[in-house]
Design a protein around this ligand. Structure first.
Ligand SMILES: Nc1ncnc2c1ncn2[C@@H]1O[C@H](COP(=O)(O)OP(=O)(O)OP(=O)(O)O)[C@@H](O)[C@H]1O
Ligand code: SF4
Ligand SMILES: [Mg+2]
Length: 352
């Protein structure tokens, strides 16, 4: 896979701290989100007779604090079910967190007027994994792309000309705009999703496994489009992916998530060269190298614990090769281990 567009001079870690470019566009402060689970009939009966415990909750996101600076690409990585999509939806304003605060351009969303909140929400758009599922099959591509900007009064001049422009920006031929989603290929459908997002003039794109469902050659084209749009429109990205190879190529910084928590955060080069957290080290051992077809997987030892009952202390302790007694009791806090590099592991205390 090749990526033709070089990354723009990027915001690396804390390197630009203090400059205008380093200002956070989005800031998550101690965000948590849990989902209720639906008990089966027997459990519901037991609860109503006060013989059973209330239904368990899944702690999908657990005390996450994260900053995404203007113009950067933050990669978000972790195993299935660790809470990446839930966190992405919180950033995009689709899910309201159970607790914690989200700030947009330094202002807590909760303190904004409803119109300012709507405006901020429009500036953050989400691109989903399955473009087919996210496009209404009964609507023509032109209507899908044109609807939100029309409703929000963002169209100056004719809607047709506006939609054509969005199609061109996403690399689609406007002559195809009267087709329905099923008449496009997978890559073209993802471009419709991108055109729809761009049509409301976003500053921030949350891409949730946005290329995972595409063939490798199409993946490269869509990734190049994202990077091209980043330069042309000065976009900021939260890029969620299972594929560490893709994340390594396009991210300025990477955050690693495990069972609802961010366990490590660093500039991309730094994390791939000097991973600090034992979980990140185990994940990186799984990266298939892009330049070879050889996929040398070293599966992480042990099962991923259930998010319904995560282990105490460090969630990673049942699978960690370095577990110490305190790891079973005490939650490790994020600590700076190098410039712009934070990690949540008790081993960093032992070393200091
Ligand atoms: N709407 C929901 N109702 C109940 N539980 C949910 C809901 N959405 C997510 N969850 C649970 O929250 C946890 C985190 O899910 P999430 O989809 O955010 O993970 P993910 O990291 O995106 O996984 P994947 O890599 O498979 O997409 C999982 O245990 C999931 O089952
Ligand atoms: S805190 Fe302990 S269990 Fe967790 S990653 Fe570090 S050494 Fe392993
Ligand atoms: Mg997901």
């Amino acid at each position: 896979m090749t990526f033709s567009t070089p990354l723009a001079a990027s915001v690396q870690g804390d390197g630009l701290a203090g400059s205008a470019e380093a200002a956070p566009l989005i800031e998550l402060n101690d965000i948590s989100h849990s989902f209720g689970t639906r008990p089966d009939f027997a459990a519901r009966l037991a609860i109503s007779l006060k013989l059973g415990k209330p239904a368990a909750r899944v702690q999908a996101v657990d005390g996450v604090s994260l900053v995404v600076r203007r113009g950067e690409v933050l990669g978000l990585v972790g195993e299935s079910g660790c809470g990446k999509s839930t966190l992405g939806r919180i950033v995009a304003g689709i899910v309201s967190p159970t607790s914690g605060s989200v700030s947009w351009r330094g202002k807590d969303l909760k303190t904004l007027s409803s119109s300012a909140r709507r405006e901020a929400k429009l500036r953050v758009q989400m691109i989903f994994q399955n473009p087919y599922a996210s496009l209404n099959p009964r609507r023509k591509a032109a209507d899908i792309v044109g609807e939100a900007p029309r409703v929000h009064g963002l169209v100056e001049g004719g809607l047709g000309v506006f939609v054509d422009e969005q199609f061109r920006r996403a690399g689609l031929d406007p002559a195809l705009k009267h087709r329905f989603p099923h008449q496009f290929s997978g890559g073209q459908r993802q471009r419709i999703g991108i055109a729809r997002a761009l049509a409301v003039q976003p500053e921030f794109l949350v891409c949730d496994e946005a290329v995972a469902a595409l063939d490798v050659s199409i993946q490269a084209q869509i990734l190049n489009l994202f990077m091209d749009l980043r330069e042309r429109l000065n976009l900021t990205y939260l890029f969620i992916s299972h594929d560490l190879g893709v994340v390594e190529h396009i991210s300025d910084r990477v955050a690693i998530m495990y069972l609802g928590r961010i366990v490590e955060e660093a500039p991309a080069e730094e994390i791939f060269a000097r991973a600090n957290h034992p979980y990140t080290q185990a994940l990186l051992a799984e990266v298939p190298r892009l330049e070879t077809t050889k996929r040398s997987f070293a599966a992480i030892k042990g099962e991923l614990p259930s998010p319904l009952s995560p282990p105490n202390g460090c969630h990673f302790h049942p699978r960690c090769p370095h577990t110490m007694p305190r790891c079973r009791i005490e939650v490790p806090r994020m600590k700076l281990v190098a410039a712009g590099h934070k990690s949540a592991c008790h081993l960093n205390d032992a070393a200091s």
